[in-house]
Ligand binder design. Structure first.
Ligand code: PGA
Length: 249
């Protein structure tokens, strides 16, 4: 069975609530599509107005982060139940910016992935190597380790519904997109790793995105690769160009 593509915008720390609604109104007609799943991952404070603004469209709203506890004394954090009640369907887990600036580890990523599944949120699990790791030739080993820890104790049924985003750190926000071959090679390796952890059917069901400086110019070639099932798009998701990325064919 062919996997349905999933194209997600990662707004990062951009857009006030008012700007968020304006951007959604601009993008709504441009991202209309029957063929791919479209997700806008927005800052926590934008979630409620964003969910209202996408009502009746093909756009799903995602969060950019979530905590792994149910509730309690965790100042500044957002719980899974807060997200689901607000109408969130997806949550980015373990983005490299969170790993770098907010001390997220493979272990906290795993806790968050488990918690997301427990609340029927689809995690977009991020992995990716630094430029040094790529130059040292340890990219695949590194990614396999990130993935194996992220999916510890996740069942095959849950894993089959997951989205994994391969985002080489050196390609994020740099304008330096990975070559199609580099992106496909790692996405294929991630699928092999999932088949080893689970089985081929589970691995074949998982959607694997590429992320890192995706633009309307690079989307079509990237998304036509055998193991690339869409993209996680930062900068270009804030512009009308995102419509071209969604309708890349
Ligand atoms: P970028 O960001 O498209 O701006 O490189 C991608 C991401 O960090 O998800």
């Amino acid at each position: 069975m062919a996997r349905r593509k999933i194209i997600a915008g990662n707004w990062k720390m951009n857009m006030t609530p008012t700007e968020a609604v304006e951007l959604i109104e601009t993008l709504k007609p441009l991202v209309a599509s029957d063929e791919v799943d479209v997700v806008f991952c927005v800052p926590a404070i934008d979630i409620i107005p964003a969910v209202a603004a996408v009502k009746g469209t093909n756009i799903a709203i995602g969060a950019e982060n979530m905590y792994f506890e149910e509730s309690g004394a965790y100042t500044g954090e957002t719980s899974p139940k807060m997200l689901t009640e607000a109408g969130v369907k997806y949550v980015i887990i373990g983005h490299s910016e969170r790993r770098e600036y907010f001390a997220e580890s493979d272990e906290t990523v795993n806790k968050k992935v488990l918690k997301a599944f427990a609340h029927n949120l689809t995690p977009i699990v991020c992995c990716g190597e630094s430029l040094t790791q790529r130059e040292q030739g340890i990219t695949i080993d590194w990614i396999r380790q990130q993935i194996k820890i992220a999916f510890l104790n996740v069942s095959a049924d849950q894993a089959a519904t997951a989205v994994i985003a391969y985002e080489p750190i050196w390609a994020i926000g740099t304008g330096k997109v990975a070559t199609t071959e580099q992106a496909q090679e790692v996405c294929a390796a991630i699928r092999v790793c999932m088949a080893e952890i689970y089985d081929q059917a589970t691995a074949d069901a998982i959607r694997i995105q590429y992320g890192g400086s995706v633009t309307a110019a690079s989307a079509a070639e990237l998304f036509s690769q055998a193991d690339i099932d869409g993209g996680l798009v930062g900068g270009a998701s804030l512009k009308p160009d995102f419509g071209k990325i969604v309708n890349y064919k």
